[in-house]
Structures are given as C-alpha cells and as structure tokens.
Design a protein around this ligand. Structure first.
Ligand SMILES: [Mg+2]
Length: 386
C-alpha cells in the first residue's frame, strides 16, 4: 500500500493566537517575545515578517527593523490549551500521530482513503476543522515520506495545502535547493556548492560511496533523501503520565447541566487517549477557571484505575456536585492521572462492571475508527440533562 505522511503546522502559532484573542491586534505587526530587548522573538505574525522580523531574532533587532512593532509577552497556558484541541482533532483521523512540537504534528495517513477520501481531501477536512474549532489556520503538507511532508507544509504558508504525489517526487527533488533537506546545515552548504550541488537531485551525480567518504554516515542518508527515500516513521509518544481535556468558553457558563455536558465530551476524549495509550488512571481532576481568571482544581481518587469515559464523567460530575453552584465559569476541564498498577482488591462486581464498560468502550472505539470521532456522540450528549 502506498504510504502517505501528513505534516500539520500551525501558521505563526503564538502570534496568531494573540491576534485571535485580541481582534485589535489583527492586521498589525505583532510578535510574541520577552520584555527585555535582549530576549528573542518566539513567534512573528505575517504582518511583521514583511519587515524582515522572524522568530529567534532578538527583540531589539526586531524593533529596529519595525519600530512600530507590537511585542507582546506569550501566554503559554493558552497556547497549550489550543495545542491540545488541535492534537485532539488530528487524533480523530489517524491512530498514528506524532506531536513534533506545540504546534506541529505528523500523521501516518496510509490506508485512510476509504474512510476520509484521498489525502488532499483529508488535508482540507483537517484544516477546516482546525479553523472551525480554534479559529486558527494550519498549513498541511502530504507526501510519501516524512521529510517531504514537512517540506511540503512549508510550501504554501500560510493556510496552505500541498501534496506531493509519488510520481512527482523526482521532479520535486530536481528543483529543491540542497539546503532545504533536513540535515544540511548552513555550514555545509558551501561544501555542496563547491561540488556544483545546488539542488537535491544534484547529489545523485555522485555515488553513495562518494558521499560516505566525503561527509560520513550522513552521506548515504542524504543520497537516499535525494531519491525520495526516508525510512523515518511517525512515532507517537508512548509514555504519557496524564491525560486531560479542557475548553474555554466564548461566553461564561453558569448552568451546571451545561458544564456537565462539556465534562462528558471531554471525558470521551480523555478516555480515548487513555485507551490508545493502553493506560488506566486512578485520579480524576476537574479544573475550573472563573471570569476573573481565578482557578481551582479538585481531585478524587478511584478504587480501581479506569479508562472508561462514563466512570471519568461521573466522577467529574460528583466533584462538580460537591462544589455546588459555582457561578459563571470561563473554563472547565477534566483529567485523569495516577497511572499506577491495578488495585489488588477488586470486588467481583467492580470487575464485572469494568468488563461490561470495557466492551462498551471498545464498541465506541470501533465506530470511531470507522467514521471518525465527530460522527459519534453518546446519546447522553443530546439528552442527558443532568
Ligand atoms: Mg508553526
């Protein structure tokens, strides 16, 4: 089966989030960076890039290039929150997702065609969902191998969608500047140029052995890349320590029933992640943020570790019930942690119950695999007015 890898990269992520949350910043030369002029820019909006400002540039230099630049401090928690939403969306379309950084990820989408259509269509679907659920744009690159997917996502930024068909790889390598291949550092560019190697395909004028002698083990690897060969796999992170989901509301929510509906959606997501990682947790934590940004967390530990959505959800509801009427809420989230070993003292009933829930959740997973997560919401989301 033809392998396809997708690379999803958010556009000017931190800066875009600031412009999203603060409409006054839209269309303006915004950059996220530290307050000291010696600190560096961590994200540059597209507006400020026109002045030559880019990330990793000292703030002082950025202000010289663009004196009316708006440099704002970052809000790590907000970026993380959105990152989690984005990664959650991606996990709906492939079981093999590798988060490469806070705002980019690889997906192995090999064989998903029957479910989601051809690769480009899936790329468009994912972009649309990210835009709809976060308000942000992403650029997507799809190619037969990992390093080309990453290069592809950069081709039409921002809001881009690039697809390199296997038949196009050869032509693509003939045009690709050598320094665009990952592993070719700025320092080694003169060496390649001295050998009249300007494009990736130029590497092929010499043998694998030549490159091995010239630059060591890296040589044959680059040679293979010039052929469009890259054995790198998409490797999902394995050892997770906790799993959580949260949502910030456009308008504060006061209704407990409505908050519980959010807990149910989040519990589904958390349970799905736990099962994907084949872990169960004993501690359920609910997090609430109020309009004045005051934040509380309340936890409850279970007798038995769980990865069941309903168990997580009901524990979350119990926590909420104890808190009582909390007034308007800006954010609610639920998480599961404490992935210790299974408790020894299981009652027969609990075991039985867990077994039944296992089956239910496995069925949910199967339907999800088949249709994508959005197709399936438990009936409870619709009618559970708890
Ligand atoms: Mg990015």
């Amino acid at each position: 089966m033809q392998q396809f890898i997708m690379h999803v990269d958010m556009d000017a992520f931190f800066a875009s989030v600031e412009q999203l949350d603060n409409p006054e910043l839209r269309g303006k030369p915004v950059a996220v960076g530290g307050e000291s002029s010696r600190s560096v820019i961590s994200a540059a909006s597209y507006e400020i890039r026109k002045y030559g400002v880019h990330s990793a540039m000292p703030v002082g230099q950025a202000l010289k290039l663009c004196p009316h630049a708006i440099i704002i401090p970052g809000r790590r928690d907000r970026y993380k929150e959105l990152s989690k939403i984005i990664m959650g969306i991606l996990s709906d379309y492939s079981p093999v997702v590798e988060q490469a950084s806070i705002d980019e990820a690889y997906l192995d989408i090999t064989g998903t065609e029957k479910l989601f259509g051809p690769p480009q269509k899936l790329g468009a679907t994912i972009k649309k969902r990210i835009k709809k659920e976060t308000g942000l744009t992403a650029s997507v690159g799809i190619a037969p191998v990992k390093f080309l997917a990453k290069i592809a996502s950069d081709l039409q930024k921002p809001d881009g969608l690039s697809f390199i068909h296997p038949d196009e790889v050869e032509g693509f390598m003939a045009e690709l500047p050598i320094e665009k291949i990952p592993g070719v550092g700025k320092k080694s560019v003169p060496l390649f140029h001295s050998l009249a190697v300007y494009k990736a395909a130029d590497l092929l004028r010499y043998s694998r052995e030549f490159w091995k002698n010239k630059i060591g083990e890296r040589g044959p690897v680059l040679y293979n890349k010039a052929l469009g060969i890259d054995p790198s796999r998409v490797t999902p992170e394995s050892a997770i320590k906790s799993s959580s989901a949260e949502n910030t509301f456009g308008e504060d929510i006061s209704s407990i029933a409505e908050l519980k509906k959010w807990l149910l959606i989040q519990s589904e997501r958390v349970a799905g992640e736990l099962r994907k990682n084949e872990v169960k947790g004993r501690t359920v934590t609910v997090k609430i943020k109020y309009p004045d940004f005051r934040q509380i967390t309340r936890s409850r530990s279970l007798e038995t570790p769980t990865s069941h959505a309903m168990t997580i959800y009901e524990t979350g509801c119990a926590i909420l019930d104890v808190l009582g009427n909390t007034g308007p809420v800006r954010l609610i989230g639920i998480g599961v942690s404490n992935f210790g070993k299974k408790q020894v003292h299981l009652s027969l009933f609990e075991e039985k119950d867990e077994g039944r829930l296992d089956k239910l959740d496995q069925a949910v997973d199967r339907v999800r695999e088949k249709f994508g997560k959005s197709m399936l919401t438990r009936a409870g989301l619709l009618d559970r007015g708890k």
